[in-house]
Design a protein around this ligand. Structure first.
Ligand code: ZN
Ligand code: ZN
Length: 212
């Protein structure tokens, strides 16, 4: 009788320990998922801040209208600033996404699936935008090259990694378009007639060149 009670107590202790362990694991996994989803929200939020919207407007107008960049310093530096600011935002996205990927051994959990769905359109749009804007910046002043090699490479890595995550062939194709500087993608900008730059905007009262 005594032995039976001792065995029952031992089994009961084992079950209690197992349940405690399972509960701890469940709570830990749930809090980790919550933390990962918060990182996803933060990464996506960086692409839609007010300053990002302003930079995207600056680049988007030139891109979609196929308009040349005015070589005047005011517009060119504004476009250059927006171009690099967007490259840096995608660099931050790539770094954060890599941390999330490594944490789960490269598997696409719910957080990564959510992130990839949220950022796909943003990234795909910039495959063409970066190519087109870079060309316009270069053409507007060939004496002032765009030194963006490392950041452009990081963006390319982001595109390749994202393309790896999707089974959809159309998405894969969009993310790896513009592999060199000569090809065109499905973006409608390639069908737009090229437009000259907007006239130089001058501050009220500033002298007009050649009239001073
Ligand atoms: Zn394109
Ligand atoms: Zn385009």
């Amino acid at each position: 009788m005594g032995d039976s009670l001792r065995v029952a107590a031992t089994v009961g202790s084992c079950i209690a320990a197992f349940l405690a362990l399972a509960t701890t694991f469940f709570v830990w996994r749930r809090s980790r998922t919550t933390a990962r989803l918060q990182i996803v929200r933060d990464l996506h939020a960086e692409l839609i801040t007010a300053s990002a919207a302003q930079d995207r407007h600056t680049l988007g107008c030139l891109h979609w209208q196929n308009r040349a960049v005015n070589p005047d310093e005011a517009e060119r530096s504004k476009v250059m600033h927006a171009y690099f600011a967007m490259l840096w935002r995608f660099e931050q996205l790539h770094a954060g996404r890599n941390v999330l990927l490594k944490e789960v051994g490269g598997k696409r959990d719910v957080a990564l699936k959510m992130l990839d769905e949220q950022v796909y359109t943003h990234v795909a749009e910039y495959v063409c935008t970066f190519q087109v804007i870079r060309k316009k910046l270069t053409e507007s002043n060939r004496d002032d090259p765009v030194f963006d090699g490392a950041y452009r490479e990081t963006f390319k890595q982001l595109c390749l990694s994202l393309a790896d995550s999707f089974n959809d062939q159309e998405r894969k194709t969009r993310l790896v378009a513009h592999g060199n500087n000569t090809e065109k993608c499905i973006c409608v900008c390639h069908g737009m007639e090229a437009k000259p730059p907007l006239p130089t905007q001058r501050c009220q009262g500033a002298p007009v060149p050649g009239t001073a």
